[in-house]
Ligand binder design. Structure first.
Ligand code: PRT
Ligand code: ZN
Length: 222
């Protein structure tokens, strides 16, 4: 059997800003994880759970499909995914208190900005087209959304778009690129999600046990 369905499967970011903190949380919850940086999966030695190390963008899909019962992912990735799917296939179980950032619209320092209407008729580059489109629609702003997979901060310099909509934590990257934040589209942090697909009794019990351990860890951090 390729996948052991008597164990719980938890999707985590393989390598990136959330990977170490996600593993730390599970370790603090008592899971012994012996996996190197290059592993694609790992078995908890002392708990019936397997960890799947994947791209963060795949986590909402895996959990919604039920391939992994649980996952840890940023709300930014999750909400962008949800806006593109007809049915919500996951529930958010807990906000985890790490990976904080904001999805913000930024304007070039040299351009005057007088509120959202300044974006009217303008181009805005982003990796979050659905969240940005919702923000603009809610404010009845007609702007052109230009989708980029990464390096969004370069768009103004390359004259792809004068405005960008990207994740910001310290703001240093914006500043280094002559940009300043002008609107907040979404505040985000890492969350624990579970599939809406029904679990059998055994795995429901394992999930419940893990969840109460995680709640215990989060309570000590409040
Ligand atoms: O390979 P994979 O697809 O898994 O990773 P990734 O490259 O898509 O994501 P990664 O590791 O960069 O980020 C994972 C998650 O961390 C994001 O989805 C957010 O939920 C969260 N997070 C928190 C951030 C930031 N802070 C952040 N600052 N993600 C990205 N950034 C980038 C931002 O895009 C910009 O380029 O950092 C830059 C800005 O940082 P400051 O500090 O200069 O403002
Ligand atoms: Zn990603």
């Amino acid at each position: 059997m390729l996948v052991d369905r008597s164990r719980l499967h938890i999707a985590l970011q393989r390598s990136g800003r959330l990977s170490d903190l996600s593993r730390d949380l599970l370790r603090e919850s008592g899971l012994r994880i012996e996996a190197g940086k290059n592993s694609l999966s790992a078995r908890a030695a002392n708990f019936p759970a397997d960890l799947m190390f994947v791209r963060d963008d795949d986590i909402p899909t895996f959990v919604s499909d039920g391939a992994c019962e649980l996952g840890i992912v940023g709300q930014n990735v999750l909400e962008e995914f949800a806006l593109g799917s007809n049915e919500r296939g996951f529930d958010v179980l807990a906000e985890l208190g790490f990976g904080q950032c904001s999805l913000r619209i930024a304007a070039p320092e040299r351009l005057p900005y007088e509120g959202v209407q300044s974006l009217s008729g303008q181009r805005i580059a982003t990796s979050y087209p659905r969240l940005l489109r919702r923000f603009l629609d809610e404010r009845k702003v007609d702007a052109e959304v230009v989708q980029m997979k990464g390096a969004v901060e370069l768009a103004p310099r390359l004259e792809i778009a004068p405005y960008i909509c990207d994740l910001v934590s310290t703001g240093a990257t914006l500043e280094a690129n002559g940009l300043r934040p002008v609107e907040t589209v979404l505040n985000s942090q890492a969350v624990l999600i579970r599939t809406r697909k029904p679990l059998d009794e055994e795995r429901e019990a394992i999930a419940g046990q893990l969840l109460s351990r995680i709640d215990g860890v989060l309570a000590t951090k409040e």
